[in-house]
Design a binder for this molecule. Structure first.
Ligand SMILES: C[S@@+](CC[C@H](N)C(=O)[O-])C[C@H]1O[C@@H](n2cnc3c(N)ncnc32)[C@H](O)[C@@H]1O
Length: 214
């Protein structure tokens, strides 16, 4: 079974947005879109793991400009086929962990990437994203709450407490995908001494985390 998250999303590019058609999630998706548009209004946004640009498009309605990045060309290709307005949106292929010399931005957004970071790597991940943002800049993450019947079941757990799902792509390949569902208290603990003005918004199917880098 394949457990490489990067190649999993590379091969999922064309079918990725089906996840946003789940009927029970539509209200939350509308609400989340509005929350993100409000938080990132008039901002210069650096987006990590932008995927097919689903959230890039929503945010482009209010942001000033967006530099949207992802490690996979296949998803960037789908993202580039969409229209974005009125924000100026530029796409770039980039690995989050290889962006050390990038110019700092006023804000950063990462949708559904937190859950794919191993628990033991989260400290490094937060330091890395904080480094991409100017002092007092705004950082926003969005990810899934685990809701029985709506999410794919967790099928594995490792010694660190990371949880995994077994997912099948339309090409018939099976993947063991790292997918963590953090509790608010755990997220707040991780941000100790690294953030101020922490806001953790819990919807039914999603959570949105907003904080300011110290
Ligand atoms: C769950 S998808 C989220 C896509 C998009 N943000 C959304 O919410 O619709 C996770 C994305 O992370 C990207 N990714 C995984 N590892 C990455 C890394 N090290 N650097 C940049 N992007 C990465 C994948 O290619 C994939 O597009």
């Amino acid at each position: 079974m394949n457990s490489d998250i990067v190649s999993y999303y590379k091969d999922r590019a064309k079918e990725y947005e089906k996840i946003y058609s789940k009927p029970e999630r539509q209200n939350d998706l509308l609400l989340a879109g509005q929350i993100l548009k409000d938080i990132l209004a008039d901002k210069d946004v650096f987006e990590i793991a932008c995927g097919t640009g689903y959230w890039t498009q929503k945010i482009s309605a209010t942001a000033k400009n967006i530099l949207a990045t992802d490690i996979n060309d296949t998803v960037i290709e789908v993202a580039k086929s969409k229209n974005y307005s009125p924000a100026k949106v530029v796409f770039q292929t980039a690995d989050i962990f290889d962006l050390i010399n990038t110019n700092k931005h006023e804000s950063l957004f990462g949708g559904f990437i937190w859950s794919h970071i191993k628990l033991q790597d989260l400290n490094n991940f937060i330091d890395t994203v904080n480094n991409l943002v100017s002092d007092c800049g705004t950082i926003v993450f969005m990810d899934n709450n685990y809701v029985e019947g709506s999410n794919i079941a967790v099928t594995d757990k490792d010694d660190f407490g990371n949880t995994y799902q077994t997912r099948v792509l339309e090409n018939g390949t099976t993947h063991k995908v790292l997918k963590n569902f953090p509790a608010e208290i755990f997220v707040r603990q991780l941000l100790t001494d690294r953030a101020t003005e922490i806001d953790f918004i819990n919807l039914q199917y999603y959570w949105i985390l907003k904080y300011k880098k110290i």
